[in-house]
Design a protein. Sequence first.
Length: 314
Amino acid sequence: MIPKPVALPRPPRDETVEMSESLADSTQLLKQAMERRQRLALELELADADVERLAIESICGATDDTQDVELYDGTRGVTRAFVDTHERAIGQLQWLDDLAARFSGPGESPGDVAGVRWGSGGLIANDLFLTAGHCFDTFGGGWVRPSRNGQTITSSEVATLMRVNFLYQLDGVSSTVRAGEAFPVTALLEHRVGGLDFAIARLGANTAGQLPGDVYGVLGLAEDDLTTAGAILCMIQHPSGRPKRIDAGPLHQNVGGKIEYGTLDTEGGSSGSPILSTAGEVVGVHTNGGCTRFSGANYGVALGAIRLASVVID
């Protein structure tokens, strides 16, 4: 946030100095200040991109232990039946392909995100999709979002330039990738409410007039926070934009609205994945990485904190 000028009287100025300052001088100083601000803004965005690349969504340990949902062998702490029951309600956010056509007018730019597979999330009602707030941010990650007259579009418009793909995964028979079924994002209902990194979007119907929950089911929401260290968590996700995968492992801790897990592997694209308990209920939303090859934990926003901030979730 740019600080506002302080409302204090200005000190008296030497009239000879004031007379010597020409309009050209002040214009040049203003131009230099604006150029410096633009350089600093760019440096900050590049630093944000480095932070996200190095810290957000990470592999815990030396290897990636996620498995394709259709090929899951039941060894990560939840059963194959559990995954089969709950994976269908997990979808993948993806930018629309036609941004160049949508932003082709004077002063408009489509950015560089057209068609990019973006994040993950889950259905919590027939038309409501819970995900991470930063999936709809207007900056970050090194990507350029669409803009008009040099101004990046709002988070609300960012959301409506995406779709959610369900069933983007191996087919389980020939191990080819299913194309999936897309549903449009029609509105951004909540975004970073209370400063929490979560969002709730409304999805539209498919070409047959069905809402996604009618086809793929919905996830239940836990009434109480899961705080028992060692309790098994499951995350079904689209890491790095890949077809749907699953990992599971123990809860490290859930304190102050931050739910941590030290063995669940994630990558860019996992953001927004619902964190499931063994009861099959959403207990949080994955947002960040913190694992290294030696220590640390990935984490997300606990559902209890989201409940307190949200007016959409009861």
